[in-house]
Design a protein around this ligand. Structure first.
Ligand code: SF4
Length: 364
């Protein structure tokens, strides 16, 4: 029996979720927003939250530690600045039409789908995701449904692990909405969830590298997928930054007026070999009152000393909020140690043991 006790729910803009450090809300921008919008978010998080922000695997951003008053103000303040929250989540490729290899405009297609989502029948499980990908950048992201361009204005629709249709962008969106209606009526996800079924590789390969993508666009990864408000403000102060978005895989895409800067703050990874990249961690202690361990402190230690640890996730308790479900090695704190899953070669267990941490449960 699994030791994990996932909540199976998602915090939304209209329905923030109670967590150990206050209320949590999620924003899921489908395209970049101007720097001015992010300044509004930074001010809001500083005033009404505990100053902590999390990036999500599917390209969202979460505001932590909100007061009840802040949660009540959010549905007015944040959409007025341009922020939206889509449910089900629309996960779009990081650059949209700015991707040198985009076969179409995934951001525009997502914007055309979004107004239809509130009209779906009730019953869709909380984490249902539709990936929209015009350049093969989300092929590794597990999604219930997938709209994946395969050439200019030819888009395939996948449901779970199977391709079910191919059409123009305009036509295929209606079919995706139809499938969402079916899932809602069945009250189910598209089981099994799957990365993209095999397709001819786009000319650019798949995942984008960190660092400069073009002369004026860069991709960066905040350490452990988290930002403080002060760090967000430091991002906004980067010379020439004009637009920004959270992107899948706990990344940020940054647009600059002229050229990408040559100097980056330490909390941003811009090199694919940065050892922090393989490690993610929930907020843990002291930020979350439910936490049994200081996950991000431990993550920092592991990243600094075990360059070859590979991918892993640390959870401060067995709720395992935001933990990847893709086979990544995972340690969740328990009252007596750590429950470990997917640690097939024993590296995570050995790394914890080296630091005097005890693995007390094994669930696979
Ligand atoms: S998994 Fe992490 S963030 Fe979620 S309740 Fe437990 S300690 Fe808090």
């Amino acid at each position: 029996m699994s030791l994990y006790q996932p909540r199976g729910e998602c915090p939304t803009l209209s329905q923030p979720m109670a967590t150990g450090d206050g209320l949590l809300l999620r924003l899921t921008p489908i395209a970049p927003l101007d720097k001015s919008a992010w300044t509004v978010l930074a001010d809001f998080a500083a005033q009404h939250g505990n100053g902590l922000l999390d990036l999500t695997l599917r390209g969202g951003i979460q505001v932590r530690g909100l007061s009840a008053q802040g949660a009540a103000l959010a549905p007015e303040t944040l959409p007025a600045a341009g922020f939206a929250e889509q449910s089900p989540v629309l996960a779009t490729d990081p650059l949209g039409l700015d991707d040198p290899h985009a076969w179409g405009d995934s951001h525009a297609l997502a914007a055309s789908v979004a107004p239809h989502l509130p009209g779906l029948p009730p019953g869709l499980p909380a984490k249902v995701t539709l990936a929209l990908d015009a350049a093969g950048r989300l092929d590794d992201l597990a999604a219930d449904l997938r709209l994946r361009w395969v050439e200019k204005d030819r888009v395939r629709l996948a449901v779970g692990p199977s391709w079910v249709a191919e059409d123009t962008a305009d036509q295929i969106a209606a079919q995706a909405l139809d499938w969402l209606r079916r899932l809602a009526k069945a009250g189910s996800r598209a089981v099994p969830l799957a990365p993209s079924p095999t397709l001819p590789a786009p000319p650019s390969g798949t995942a984008l590298p960190l660092g400069p993508v073009t002369g004026s666009i860069a991709l960066a990864a905040p350490a452990f997928g988290a930002l403080t408000v002060a760090e967000l403000r430091a991002v906004l102060a980067l010379p020439g930054l004009v637009r920004l978005r959270p992107a899948a895989g706990r990344r940020l895409t940054l647009w600059f007026a002229a050229t990408v800067p040559s100097q980056w703050p330490d909390f941003l990874a811009v090199d694919g070999n940065d050892p922090r990249l393989g490690i993610s961690a929930c907020i843990g202690a002291p930020g979350c009152a439910a936490a049994l361990q200081a996950t991000r402190t431990l993550a920092q230690t592991l990243a600094a000393t075990d360059a070859a640890l590979g991918s892993l996730h640390l959870s401060g308790c067995v709720k395992a909020c935001g933990a990847p479900r893709d086979g990544t090695a995972h340690a969740a704190a328990t009252p007596t140690g750590w429950a470990i899953t997917n640690d097939h070669d024993g590296r995570l267990r050995a790394a914890l043991a080296l630091r005097g941490e005890k693995a007390d449960g094994l669930c696979v």
